[in-house]
Ligand binder design. Sequence first.
Ligand code: NAD
Ligand code: IPM
Ligand code: MN
Length: 347
Amino acid sequence: MKTYSIALIPGDGIGKDVTAAAWAVLQAAASKHNFNLEGTTFPWSCEHYKQTGAMMPEDGIETLRTFDAIYLGAVGWPAEVPDAVSLHGLLLPIRKAFIQYANIRPHRLLPGITGPLRAQGFDILCIRENTEGEYSGAGGRVHSGTSDEIAVETAIFTRKGVERIVRFGFDRARARRGKLASVTKSNAQKYTMVFWDEVTRDVAREYPDVEVSHYHIDAMAARMVMAPESLDVVVASNLFGDILTDLGAAIQGGLGFAASANINPDRTAPSMFEPVHGSAPDIAHLNIANPIAAIWSGAMMLEHLGEADASRDVMGAIEAITARGIGTAPGKDRTGVITDAVLAAMV
Ligand code: NAD
Ligand code: IPM
Ligand code: MN
């Protein structure tokens, strides 16, 4: 029987609850489809930081490298550890070190969910650049604490980095409805975003069968609300993709429904799967976190591992329960109720 080794990082807050839910469903899918998922749990979190002074050990990346995939709940507990410390100490270095340059985030309505817009029939695949751009971490502050203080954060875009994410988007568009929307702010950002537009136009020549549109981020935000059905694949930089995918989550009914896969397309290192949402301190410990986003992310992991039937089975179970009105609105059903319903629908 095939065995896949999975590194589990439940993290903080509701990350722990939704990871437990997703793992139970993934285990059920594995036994039904005759493969093993061997999980190793790492307690790397803000709690771990408080105990050890680090979000993960020094050899954390090397430890993770040996796994077939990484599954992460959510990281962050801003009341006790600054976000810039926790996220730059765990989540962001993993995405970068393992060259998970394609962050895939699907936005569509599950059956039984109308969403705040009452829009019908949208199916957007957001492809977010995940290793550079505005998240490069380059910058600094001078004249700290004085009235002359200056803070600089430099967005770094490389031709290699932009080319590969745009090409990834074109490939996905070609396999879907043949439309690609590239998102920039090249009217205001005259170096990085004009560069992104140029690279996109160059790559587009290789895909004459894909219809390309260019949008500014502000106009795209409005379009996602006003005409989401007009969009197919949306490609955006790290920060713009981050913002647009919380918007995408909102139009699909809330953050409890938005799944995400951090993919290393060349498979030179493990990919990582996690919901779009964070640790939700406001609802942590209440057992009302919706685990659907996390379970859907798990289905994306199964697909990546080559277990397409099991992945479809998990998605089918999610769709079967939302069609019956289970887990369709924030706080409506408890985490355990939703998880048990998905498990029952898998049988
Ligand atoms: P958040 O996504 O944690 O929460 C935003 C809102 O959505 C909250 O009201 C929350 O209750 C709700 N929500 C989120 N997930 C939900 C779910 N599954 N079911 C029901 N409601 C849900 O964003 P935030 O409050 O900005 O961030 C909290 C912490 O999480 C911060 O430390 C932040 O940096 C971190 N964060 C981590 C990740 C990650 O690890 N991938 C992602 C986003 C935010
Ligand atoms: C996400 C999160 C992270 C990001 C934060 C927590 C650094 O918001 O995965 O969407 O911005 O990438
Ligand atoms: Mn985000």
